[in-house]
Design a protein around this ligand. Structure first.
Ligand code: 5GP
Ligand code: MN
Ligand code: MN
Length: 473
């Protein structure tokens, strides 16, 4: 920590040349308060990544940073296509873990009085929990189709609407997917997990717009105080996890062949231009598409459950997908004129207005940036700003980030008592253990995190959402 230099408000830098073999500086975007919470190991992990072959520009670390596998959660790294590497650990085990926000025409008063019963119903209808399986059983060929078509596959099967696709990052399907590079193990694990939330940090949450910071943009998004929304946080389940496991092993085995020297084996990687690197890229995109389909199904069945519970039509419900984004992904993008592979791990894309990748509906306001907080306090919607293209490869934070380990959170609950902590929150889950690990106190205050990206001009705060009820894995 002593090696970090405070460059300006919210900007700390580990200058190039501080650690051996460092190729680029490392920027940490933090307030003073969040700097206090910064872990030594997270600094070390980001510094390690700055020595990798073909790393370009700088490593950027977001204010929700915490230690991850090899590369910190909240980290952004770009590598050159010609001589750079691709690192599975810097994308994460949960490939295309991400967030979706759906707006409805419902008002808080329609939901709040019945929220307990509603959440129980959602618990019945939406599969969640460790290794939970869904109602959809996929053959190998169907799963291949999911891995290529992504969210479109789900829409074609009746889970959602054609318009949804326009409001998903990369239209819900990454083009470089080739499931022939995905192992049989991954296929086996993925065959019955589509349309399931997963465990722990993943959730389906009914929320209400609570406070608006930018009226004009909120209006363009069609969102107003008191309006009910649905937020979904999930990823590629066992399918993506297995892809990561498989290619971490392949990466480790190929290090010698490509003369790659690593400060930490968890950063095992492959040249992008190698056979192994290309195979991982195609498998990773397949898993990403699985995740897009997964959130498409989850959002739709949650909305359908609310609709049936209230005995109203789709029209009365007013289902409208605001946006869906990835926060664990590697993408080829052009930055400052160079084609790069941008690794985002626990980091969200935050493209500014008029970027061609921003959906037409949002072209003049910028890409929606969805930032979940925790089960008790709030979550935020921001929009991407031009500075993100200058200082973070078009990226922002992805959440609040943990401050307590799962074990610590459980101890805290045992001391304080779950009832006292949750008070009047409505949280449903298959197991009580998850809720104990996911108490609000286990996370940083997300408002402090989004304040930093807003102040830096990476993304602009538009509105805040408060939870009405949460389904946890
Ligand atoms: P991750 O992708 O790192 O697992 O989680 C992303 C973020 O989601 C966390 O940093 C945390 O701020 C947020 N989060 C985790 N659980 C919940 C939840 O149940 N509700 C809300 N609104 N946010 C959550
Ligand atoms: Mn996630
Ligand atoms: Mn995840």
């Amino acid at each position: 920590k002593e090696l970090l230099v405070k460059e300006s408000d919210y900007v700390y830098v580990l200058p190039k040349g501080t650690v051996q073999g460092q190729k680029v500086p490392v920027y940490f975007y933090l307030s003073d308060k969040l700097f206090e919470l910064l872990e030594e190991d997270a600094i070390k992990q980001a510094a390690n990544a700055s020595t990798l072959p073909g790393v370009e520009g700088a490593i950027y670390v977001m204010p929700d940073v915490h230690v991850g596998y090899g590369f910190p959660v909240g980290g952004v790294m770009a590598t050159r296509l010609e001589d750079g590497i691709i690192s599975p650990g810097s994308i994460g085990y949960d490939i295309n873990c991400g967030v979706r926000l759906i707006a409805t025409n419902l008002r808080a008063e329609d939901i709040v009085p019945v929220r307990k019963q509603l959440m129980e119903r959602i618990l019945q209808e939406v599969p969640a929990g460790v290794g939970s399986t869904g109602k959809i059983k996929l053959s190998r060929s169907e799963l291949r189709e999911v891995a290529v078509k992504g969210a479109r596959w789900a829409v074609e099967r009746g889970f959602g609407f054609e318009e949804d696709l326009e409001h998903i990052e990369s239209f819900g399907a990454l083009p470089n997917a080739d499931p022939s590079y995905v192992s049989t193990d991954a296929f086996d694990r993925g065959s019955d997990e589509l349309g399931t939330v997963g465990s722990g940090n993943h959730f389906v949450e009914v929320q209400v717009v609570d406070e608006i910071y930018d009226q004009e943009i909120a209006k363009k998004l069609g969102l107003d105080v008191g309006q009910v929304c649905i937020m979904v946080h999930s990823g590629s389940r066992g399918f993506g996890h297995q892809v990561c496991v498989d290619y971490l092993r392949i990466a480790r085995e190929s290090l010698k062949r490509y003369n790659i020297d690593l400060p930490d084996m968890q950063l095992a990687c492959m040249p992008i231009n190698s056979e192994e690197g290309q195979a991982y890229f195609k498998a990773m995109n397949s898993a990403a598409n699985y995740a897009f389909a997964n959130r498409q199904i989850l959002g739709f069945i949650t909305a359908d459950t609310i609709r049936k519970f209230l005995r109203i039509s789709w029209q009365e419900l007013g289902y409208r997908l605001i946006y869906d984004l990835a926060h664990n992904i590697g993408k080829v993008e052009i930055h400052k004129g160079k084609k790069l592979l941008v690794h985002r791990k626990g980091a969200t894309r935050a493209f500014p207005p008029y970027n061609p990748e921003v959906p037409p509906a949002y072209r003049d306001i910028g890409q929606p940036v969805l930032i979940p907080g925790d089960i008790g306090r709030y979550s935020f919607l921001l929009v991407g700003q031009p500075r993100s293209m200058e200082i973070s490869f078009g990226s922002a934070c992805h959440g609040a980030g943990r401050v307590m380990s799962r074990t610590k959170a459980k101890e805290f609950v045992k001391k304080e008592g779950l009832e006292k902590i949750l008070k009047d929150l409505v949280v449903v889950a298959r197991g009580k253990g998850t809720i104990m690990e996911e108490i609000p106190q286990a996370y940083k205050d997300v408002s402090e995190v989004v304040r930093v990206v807003d102040a830096l001009g990476i993304a602009k705060m538009v509105l805040r959402l408060r939870p009405v009820g949460t389904l946890k894995g």
